[in-house]
Structure formats: structure tokens, C-alpha cells
Design a protein around this ligand. Structure first.
Ligand code: 2BA
Length: 110
């Protein structure tokens, strides 16, 4: 068995959850926060038999879309020493989905 950790955008999470359930996958949904944007995202945990990994990835790919998001970056004005900073907008492309696939040593329900 493998564990897929899928970090997806909140906007895609309900549709993805429903579609994964329809395909018979067991899923746990966690509310998470991205370190860079410091904005909410969703992490799904899926315990998946090895032969169904491809199917799970295809379902995730079919639902999760990449989107542009604005954030702000800070720069110092006139060198680092004078303590004056200005912020400016930066566009980043977020997702589809970020996936980690891990080998599971044991899967127990007790
Ligand atoms: P965030 O950390 O909030 O990152 C959102 C998006 O910001 C990223 O999208 C990427 O396009 C951009 N970004 C992240 N770090 C950056 C940096 N140092 N400089 C410039 N741009 C940067 P994705 O790559 O699609 O990642 C979406 C979310 O997936 C991330 O949200 C984070 O929660 C998670 N993630 C991505 N890579 C990860 C990793 N190696 N380990 C753990 N979580 C990861």
C-alpha cells in the first residue's frame, strides 16, 4: 500500500473529495496553510493499493487546476542599512496539486 499526500487548492477540494469517493478511494481531508502564501489550502491523505496509484493521480489531475495568485514581496530601498522597505505585488502560479507518494509499512484498523 502507498500513502498519497495531496496538497490542493481549497477551491478544488470538495469536487475532488467527491470524485475520489466515487472512485472508491478512502480519503481524509485536512485544513492546511501554505508556507509561502500563508493562505489556506487542503491536504488529502489517501491510502491506496499500488495498482490504483495511477487512477488516483488521474482523478486528481482531472479536477485540480493551476491558478494565478497575487502576493506581495518586500524589498529594501537604498540598501539594507537605512531600514526603509517597500512592498510590491508578485504573481505566482499555484497548483494543480502537489503530491507525495510514500510507501506504507503497515495499514491497521484496530
Ligand atoms: P505555498 O507554500 O503557499 O506556495 C504557493 C505557491 O507559491 C507555490 O505553488 C509556488 O508557485 C509559489 N512559491 C512557493 N514557494 C516559493 C518561493 N520560495 N519563491 C517563489 N514562489 C514560491 P505550488 O508549488 O503549486 O505549491 C502549492 C502548495 O503546495 C504550497 O503552498 C505548499 O503548501 C505545498 N507545497 C509545495 N511544495 C511543497 C514541498 N516541497 N513540501 C511541502 N509542501 C509543499
Amino acid at each position: 500500500m502507498k500513502l498519497i499526500i495531496a496538497i490542493v487548492q481549497d477551491e478544488d477540494s470538495s469536487r475532488l473529495l467527491s470524485k475520489l469517493m466515487k472512485h472508491g478511494f478512502g480519503v481524509t481531508k485536512l485544513a492546511t496553510t501554505g508556507g509561502f502564501l500563508k493562505a489556506g489550502n487542503t491536504t488529502l491523505l489517501l491510502g491506496v493499493d499500488e495498482e490504483k496509484i495511477q487512477e488516483a493521480v488521474e482523478v486528481i489531475e482531472s479536477v485540480c487546476k493551476s491558478r494565478k495568485q497575487m502576493t506581495s514581496a518586500t524589498t529594501s530601498i537604498g540598501g539594507m542599512s537605512n531600514g526603509e522597505y517597500s512592498t510590491y505585488p508578485v504573481e505566482v502560479t499555484v497548483g494543480g496539486a502537489t503530491l507525495f507518494v510514500l510507501t506504507v509499512d503497515q495499514f491497521l484498523k484496530v
